[in-house]
Design a protein around this ligand. Structure first.
Ligand SMILES: Cc1ncc(COP(=O)(O)O)c(C=O)c1O
Length: 187
């Protein structure tokens, strides 16, 4: 007899087929999230038969030898080039997702300036609020305007109230993520 925890191969196959068809249907209609569907991962499928793990620092040897640290370093150097950082000066790692990426962006800032104030828009991805709490960093969430952009007047008045205090701004995430927009630091 099969149970929910012990399905038969036919049940597993049927469930996988259903999942595939549901994901296919919703993906064709999905708008709003800035995700790319223009890829073909099928050449990578043979790698799915292994547990690959990039544990640790990609610039140090790992005792988990089934890793892709070499490719990870190439990715880091590619982004370093975009930021005009010489390869020899670049360090980093590829995170498993946006929440961790945001956290690692905030973490060295909090380490360098432990008392600094972090400013971000209420439209910023929720992970930034979560991360500043986890990092125990001082923070102020700035209201947004009706069009979704950060309220620049409130942002400036916060600056005026704290003259000379160090502060961090989340440059690329000042709001309107789902509105597919971006406010550069110039505003
Ligand atoms: C700007 C931004 N930050 C963070 C995240 C969270 O990403 P993840 O769920 O991969 O950690 C997302 C996800 O859509 C995002 O768009």
């Amino acid at each position: 007899m099969t149970t929910a925890l012990d399905p038969s191969p036919a049940e597993i196959q049927a469930r996988r087929d259903r999942l595939l068809s549901d994901i296919h249907a919703v993906t064709r209609q999905q708008v709003g999230y800035p995700v790319n569907q223009d890829f073909d991962y099928t050449p990578l499928l043979p790698l799915m038969q292994y547990s690959v793990n990039n544990v640790g620092d990609p610039f140090h040897p790992s005792n988990f030898r089934g890793n892709t640290h070499e490719i990870e370093r190439e990715v880091i150097h590619r982004f370093a080039g975009l930021l005009r950082i010489a390869p020899a000066d670049a360090w980093g790692y590829v995170t498993s997702g946006g929440v961790e990426g945001n956290r690692y962006g905030l973490y060295p800032a909090r380490e360098l300036f432990p008392n600094a104030m972090f400013y971000f828009s209420e439209e910023t991805h929720y992970s930034v609020l979560k991360n500043v709490r986890v990092l125990n960093a001082r923070h102020i969430m700035i209201r947004r305007q009706d069009n979704g952009e950060i309220d620049y007047r409130e942002e400036r008045s916060n600056d005026r109230n704290r003259p000379g205090e160090p502060h961090h701004r989340d440059g690329g995430q000042r709001g309107r993520r789902h509105r597919r927009d971006y406010q550069g630091p110039g505003r």
